[in-house]
Design a protein around this ligand. Structure first.
Ligand code: SF4
Ligand code: SF4
Ligand code: SF4
Length: 349
């Protein structure tokens, strides 16, 4: 454990969160998740495995009608959430910035505007009563089959999928504000809630910069991913990573995961996917880096993630200092008033 005297443990560089939380020098290496969203297929096996292993109750079975994703988000009863992001954009590299100014070669730049993805998906011409899209109307009038997708087989839609979870932040505001010690840092550097100690105050809920923590309606206690603390203690990997069929969720020592993730980004860039970027992997970011970080194919906001998260307790030392100055000023003023009153009483009559 490095010396914590004089250091701000709520923000800034933090190479050993478990050690600084009081775990001895022999504590195991910090572990976490690298989630490579470029290979997620949206099967939700991770959600199911989490519920099964941790006996997490169902979270409502209503259909949203807005997406195939009916989990909707993380909550006290959904510790994993696979987001489905449906975009009107083909897979592959984005168009160059000057694409609009370039002369159009019809052979090299196929016109996708006539593609009817609904009819293509069904493998048949548009159904009667379907929206009268211009391209569909033209196809129908000519008696032609729907326009084909681009020569490489891509259509105008793409789905981004990402399995979200507690980030097990290096600087975890949920843990900082918990008055009972129910939230604690484990020897693996992860952040866990002890449900039997949680008193349901809910302070941790707004403290989390990612909106991860939720309370159960029955008694207000909070629940979230434990990174399968019980499995780690038995030398097993977390249930979600074990169940993921594509290795989109990778578990291991954080240093190794960061190296693996950097190599994967290089690989994707070389393959013509320049938008691939890591999220939460930088120890210099506003939360000191996440224990669960991601490779994304679009901006974080697209996946419902904050673009620049900051630990919400970062400014507490400065705030307490200012409050101390204010209290000292007040006491000084009161002392001056009492002193003046005393002098006045002792004066000549
Ligand atoms: S602050 Fe939020 S994301 Fe970070 S460890 Fe706590 S619950 Fe997880
Ligand atoms: S690590 Fe365990 S508790 Fe966390 S999401 Fe995965 S299965 Fe659930
Ligand atoms: S992360 Fe893995 S298990 Fe979860 S939805 Fe994606 S592919 Fe399936």
């Amino acid at each position: 454990m490095s010396s914590i005297i004089g250091r701000n443990l709520l923000a800034g560089a933090e190479p050993d969160p478990a050690g600084d939380a009081g775990h001895g020098p022999d504590h195991p290496p910090r572990v976490g998740f690298f989630t490579d969203t470029s290979v997620c297929i949206g099967c939700k096996a991770c959600e199911v495995a989490c519920k099964e292993w941790n006996a997490v109750p169902e979270d409502g079975l209503a259909l949203t009608g807005m997406s195939y994703d009916n989990t909707q988000g993380l909550s006290a009863d959904s510790w994993r959430h696979v987001a489905f992001v449906e975009q009107s954009r083909p897979l592959g590299p984005p168009a160059p910035a000057d694409a609009a100014d370039r002369p159009v070669d019809p052979a090299a730049a196929p016109d996708h505007s006539g593609v009817d993805v609904f009819a293509l998906a069904a493998g048949q011409p548009a159904a009667a009563g379907a929206p009268d899209l211009p391209a569909r109307a033209a196809d129908s009038a000519a008696g032609a089959a729907p326009a084909p997708p681009s020569p490489d087989g891509r259509t105008e839609l793409r789905w981004l999928m990402s399995s979200d979870v507690c980030k097990h932040c290096t600087h975890a505001a949920c843990l900082d504000v918990c008055p009972t010690g129910a939230l604690f840092r484990t020897e693996f550097g992860t952040v866990v809630v002890q449900q039997d100690i949680c008193n349901g105050c809910g302070y941790c809920v707004p403290a989390c910069p990612y909106g991860v923590i939720g309370q159960r309606e029955q008694d207000g206690r909070v629940f979230k991913c434990t990174l399968c603390y019980d499995r780690l203690g038995a030398g097993m990997e977390p249930a979600c990573a074990k169940a993921c069929p594509t290795e989109s969720i990778q578990f291991g020592p954080l240093d190794e995961l960061r190296r693996r993730a950097a190599a994967r980004v290089d690989q994707l860039h070389a393959a013509g996917v320049p938008e691939a970027a890591l999220y939460g992997a930088d120890p210099g970011d506003g939360v000191g880096g996440d224990g669960a970080f991601f490779l994304l194919l679009d901006a974080p906001e697209v996946y419902g993630l904050p673009p620049d998260p900051v630990v919400t307790t970062r400014d507490l030392p400065a705030m307490w200092r200012q409050a101390g100055y204010a209290a000292a000023s007040l006491l000084g003023g009161l002392a001056a008033v009492f002193a003046a009153c005393g002098t006045h009483r002792k004066g000549p009559r």
